[in-house]
Design a protein. Sequence first.
Length: 93
Amino acid sequence: MSYRYKKLTRRRFIKFTVFGATIPFLGGVIDEVEASKASKAVMKYQGSPNGNEKCSNCIQFIPGKKSQANGKCKVVEGSISPQGWCTAYASES
Ligand code: SF4
């Protein structure tokens, strides 16, 4: 039987304690941020552009992993299409 014993040092104990307490805390913060966003219905979100205005060129948009993939929005909850639009649209200029 192979058993690798690692001594529980003070440093290792602190690492595990801090890491273990941080993960649930971050999960709670992320849930609160998402819950504080406006609903798509309230912001009149639509999955298509409004003329030249669309999520991909809005300052509130957080892109997904690929340019055509859905991303997130800083103010509207849920998955957001880069081709979408809502009444909170804001451009840089
Ligand atoms: S604010 Fe509206 S238009 Fe801008 S990224 Fe969010 S959902 Fe899209």
